[in-house]
Design a binder for this molecule. Sequence first.
Ligand code: FMN
Length: 168
Amino acid sequence: MTAVLVAHAGKTGGTREIAEVVSEELRALGHTVDTRDAADVADVTPYTAVVVGSALYYSRWRPSAVRLLERNVAALRERQVWLFHSGPCGQAASLVHVSLPASVAILAASIDAERTTTFGGRLDPALVRGVLPRLMARGSRVGDFRDWARIRSWARDVGNHVSSHVSL
Ligand SMILES: Cc1cc2nc3c(=O)[nH]c(=O)nc-3n(C[C@H](O)[C@H](O)[C@H](O)COP(=O)(O)O)c2cc1C
């Protein structure tokens, strides 16, 4: 049995829900999974593999996810690490692979993380706080663009990779 951490960072719950579904798939493959807000993760050493997911806001990762990577570079380098971010809404959601923000890309390289995956996001004006953000949460980008089949399939790939790595 393999201990996996799934850490998430967002503002309106959409990324947390993705992390929960990823965790569900990993558990179904027999892994022991902790699903945590990135802000609550102090130590990654109990885990064999780590998944970190952040929402994208203004082309950036949430600070708590960046801090998790920054503070644990050495330990993460010794572990299998998968990153995802969630954000694109509207037409772009199914087409776009978003590159990591530069500062996160540097961290990902030093950790030797797997290639980052982009998942569509959910934009719900009722959940968005602030005048400017609310102005952005309008039009064809409003809605839930998370592709659950894709998310589940990615999570199973991660889970199978973890298993095969551990059994080598
Ligand atoms: C103010 C604002 C800025 C956003 N900026 C981006 C962005 O730069 N890139 C992107 O792909 N999505 C962007 N989004 C979409 C969010 O990433 C998307 O709604 C995501 O699912 C939110 O996740 P959360 O519910 O975990 O906070 C933005 C949304 C808002 C409200």
